[in-house]
Write a protein that binds this ligand. Structure first.
Ligand code: PMP
Length: 356
């Protein structure tokens, strides 16, 4: 190793799901929404004067912040916007988890938490989910430097009841508690109303899943004015212009098209519930997902084998070669036709095994 290399900060990065370049792939591996964003986006794209790109965007992202505050019934200074919730969460780790004490998160969860903890040299402890893959609230009651968990959890899709979420917050009022609600719109209860009661609670959500805008990179946090102001101080110490002018407008119209949003969610939830029934018939076990994915394992055929065979057939799902979950597949809910193709392929894979 060269001398200069000794002082390089070395990190093991998060591995995002594959984005295949090939045409015709059924892509059920990164929890994207199978439907396009609100058609109002097209109108804006057609009517936007490209010359506006000459100017820097509004650093305060005011029009989107106002729209979010309006839509969620909170004040403007209770909203923070970032480049996808990954950016918002990274800012949170940097801003709120610097006590030197261990922060807590589940052992099976969004694997980026561990990456950020290492990147920012934050000590951490992973609390094991129980056998049913549920988060145990009491495990989070001891002394710590902060808490983060997704609700519903990823990649399990399991929802923690609002009562349990509140118990965790109530027992941790001296540290910041972050609830990552990336998937909440698909049928779980948001802890947002609790931000009025607890000034140490931050709710993080995203436009990437329920609002079909993964490509636009828009995420946001909602919480007490003080938390938001600390986040803004961190943002302005890092990069003032996070959201580009075009995406700021697009996100606003997407947010305001409530009818389209609700119809889109209904379709996905309906397809999810139908897929669960069909998977059951093929001998799959899974948790009661409240997200836009199902975390499933088969009674007889190993997850890795299914994952690889599906890939050969042009169907991508997510497989994690990790302790406790290496016999599970995380399957994103696609369009009904895509799920029919998936089930047909699965039928062939597990059916063949039965005959052997
Ligand atoms: N939180 C969880 C639990 C996720 O699964 C994801 C998606 N990978 C994110 C946050 C980040 O999503 P985005 O940056 O697209 O908002």
């Amino acid at each position: 190793m060269k001398k200069w290399e000794e002082n390089v900060k070395k990190v093991t990065p998060y591995t995002p799901g594959e984005q295949p370049k090939k045409e015709g792939i059924i892509k059920l591996n990164t929890n994207e929404n199978p439907y396009p964003p609100s058609p109002k986006v097209e109108e804006i794209l057609k009517n936007t004067d490209y010359r506006m790109l000459r100017l820097y965007p509004d650093p305060a992202i005011s029009s989107l912040v106002d729209a979010l505050a309006n839509s969620y019934g909170i004040k403007k200074n209770q909203v923070f916007v970032g480049v996808g919730s990954d950016d918002v969460l990274a800012m949170c780790f940097m801003t709120f988890f610097g006590s030197g004490k261990k922060i807590l998160f589940p052992d099976i969860t969004y694997s980026f938490y561990e990456v950020w903890a290492k990147l920012f040299s934050i000590p951490y402890e992973k609390k094991a989910l129980n056998k049913e893959f549920e988060l145990v609230a009491e495990d989070y009651f001891g002394e710590n430097g902060g808490i983060i968990f997704p609700n519903p959890n990823a990649p399990t899709g399991i929802e923690l009841s609002l009562e349990k979420v509140e118990e965790i917050i109530k027992n941790n009022q001296d540290v910041v508690v972050i609830v990552d609600e990336a998937y909440v719109d698909f049928g779980a209860k948001s802890a947002l109303p609790l931000i009025e009661k607890y000034d140490n609670l931050l709710i993080v959500q995203t436009f990437s899943k329920s609002r079909s805008m993964a490509g636009a990179r828009i995420g946001f946090a909602m919480g007490n004015e003080k938390l938001i102001s600390y986040l803004n101080d961190a943002k302005y110490s890092f990069n003032s212009y996070t959201i580009d002018s075009l995406n700021m407008h697009l996100a606003k119209v997407v947010l305001e098209d409530e009818t389209y949003f609700k119809e889109n969610l209904e379709k996905i939830v309906e397809t999810r519930e139908w897929t669960k029934k069909e998977l059951k018939k093929l001998g799959f076990d899974f948790w009661d997902s409240r997200a836009n994915f199902i975390f499933a394992s088969h009674k007889k055929v190993g997850a890795k084998e299914i994952y690889l065979t599906l890939k050969e057939k042009g169907i991508y799902v997510r497989y994690f070669e990790k302790e406790r979950i290496d016999n599970y597949l995380r399957i994103t809910i696609g369009k009904e036709g895509e799920m029919q193709d998936l089930l047909q392929a699965l039928k062939e894979i597990v059916g063949k095994r039965k005959m052997l």
